[in-house]
Ligand binder design. Structure first.
Ligand SMILES: [Zn+2]
Length: 450
């Protein structure tokens, strides 16, 4: 396949120019003049990308596909379809399925299903502890041999610091990055929203930022002690970003990710749309007519970690811009409608994210001029590939896997949740006017976007 005439942005190779990309036998065969020359006229499938951005296939390092065990929420097939629609060619599924991904059998089952679906590359994160219970280590070596790309207890957090240390020592022996959902249970207790003004005003139990920061600090200290790479997942607080920045300055093997909901929204959204658009949301693009409405206590704004303040949101954007936060992920977390249609305290945490992730990132980082487009793309491509040690992903060098995302950074559209490819509908961004969208998702030289 020849992806012709697009603006090719390949952050890993410092390329940003109009060029052709030739994919042969599932691999990148050539970029630029050589691609144009080698493409056999009439025999090579062409995708016209003039006026569009062509970049390495986007990678989402944090997704919940719910299979096995919770297929009413999502399946590998529907999750992969939603990922493809959002422009993602590779996703990493979290191990908090039922059963948990804490053994090689479950890894093999998911690999088998993902291969049958054949849509996007599904990489697997194994559990740190057996059954994600935080009590004894999962068989990390056999998980690695089965093919996991990282370990995490995501959804949960290993509270025992010594156990976390041992996990990191094992992970180092097997050259696996450790990813962590940073949450101190004693501090967070049964908190449901950010502890601050709005938790008090709305009478909801608080989830203090220190509940995240304590574990981010712990992880940094253990990274120093063990030399193992620790990746802090879905960072939400200003102080977490500050801690990570200081740790990186000291050369420690740490990285972090942020999700669009945390760098677009704030906890003021819990007071309803009217309050939000007049307050923390007032700088969002568009006029009245373009701004959707929602009530106070809307459970689609309930996530873990919770939405925080405008100051935290700003710190995340700064951290992304200065390179402290390496990766953008969705934390795609599907839940059935009936599960979210309950009192705020009882609703599950999390939202779907694949289809809104790229436009929200472009709108907060690229369009306002906060970051060059190339650097935004790196957070979806080169950086996650480096974290996961995937040398053939995240760039368009000759011989790399033929995964390419083609997107229009400027197209305006409205997110119609009813038409989502995901099985679930739990998004706070229903009806939002967005800018930027994937045009084609190409996996190993085949268009998979639906
Ligand atoms: Zn999590």
């Amino acid at each position: 396949m020849l992806v012709a005439g697009g603006r090719v942005i390949d952050p890993a190779h410092g390329i940003d120019e109009v060029a052709d990309v030739l994919i042969e036998n599932g691999k990148v065969a050539a970029v630029g003049g050589e691609a144009t020359a080698t493409a056999r006229a009439g025999k090579t499938e062409r995708f016209e990308a003039a006026g569009l951005v062509v970049c390495p296939g986007l990678i989402d390092v944090h997704a919940h596909l719910r299979e096995p065990g919770h297929t009413a929420k999502e399946t590998i097939a529907t999750g992969a379809a939603a990922a493809a629609r959002g422009g993602f060619t590779s996703i990493v599924c979290m191990p908090n399925t039922t059963p948990a991904i804490d053994n090689s059998g479950t890894v093999a089952l998911i690999q088998d299903r993902a291969e049958k679906v054949g849509k996007v590359n599904v990489f697997i994160a194994g559990a740190i502890t057996r059954n994600i219970a935080g009590e004894e280590l999962a068989p990390i070596g056999s998980l690695k041999r089965a093919g996991v790309v990282a370990i995490t207890d995501d959804g949960h957090c290993v509270q025992n610091n010594d156990l976390m240390r041992r996990a990191m020592e094992y992970a180092r022996m097997f050259d696996l990055p450790v990813m962590d959902h940073c949450q101190d249970y004693s501090l967070v207790s049964d908190g449901v929203v950010h502890e601050g003004y709005w938790s008090a005003a709305l009478g909801l139990r608080g989830w203090p930022a220190s509940g995240e920061e304590t574990i981010v600090s712990r992880n940094i200290m253990l990274a120093e002690l063990t030399g193992t790479h620790v990746h802090c997942q879905h960072l939400s607080s200003a102080r977490s970003v500050e801690l990570l920045r200081a740790a990186k300055k000291r050369g420690l093997p740490v990285s972090g990710e942020a999700c669009p909901h945390h760098f677009v929204l704030t906890d003021m959204a819990l007071a309803g749309s009217e309050r939000y658009w007049a307050g923390d949301g007032r700088e969002w693009r568009g006029g009245e007519a373009e701004r959707p409405r929602w009530p106070a206590y809307d459970t689609h704004f309930k996530m873990n970690p919770p939405l925080r303040t405008a100051g935290d949101r700003e710190a995340l954007l700064e951290g992304l811009a200065d390179g402290t936060v390496d990766i953008i992920s969705s934390d795609h977390a599907p839940h059935c409608e009936y599960e979210k249609e309950v009192e705020f305290d009882y609703a599950p945490f999390g939202i779907v994210g694949f289809e809104t992730e790229l436009p929200l990132a472009l709108m907060q980082l690229h369009h306002p001029g906060r970051m060059p487009l190339r650097d935004v793309i790196a957070k979806f491509t080169a950086n996650p590939a480096r974290l996961l040690r995937l040398p053939n992903k995240g760039h368009l060098g000759v011989g790399a896997d033929g995964d390419v995302t083609v997107f229009d950074p400027d197209v305006e559209w409205t997110f119609d949740l009813t038409k989502s490819a995901s099985k679930s509908r739990n998004s706070p961004f229903a009806g939002w006017a967005l800018k930027g969208r994937a045009t084609a998702t190409i996996v190993a030289g085949r268009i998979v976007k639906n």
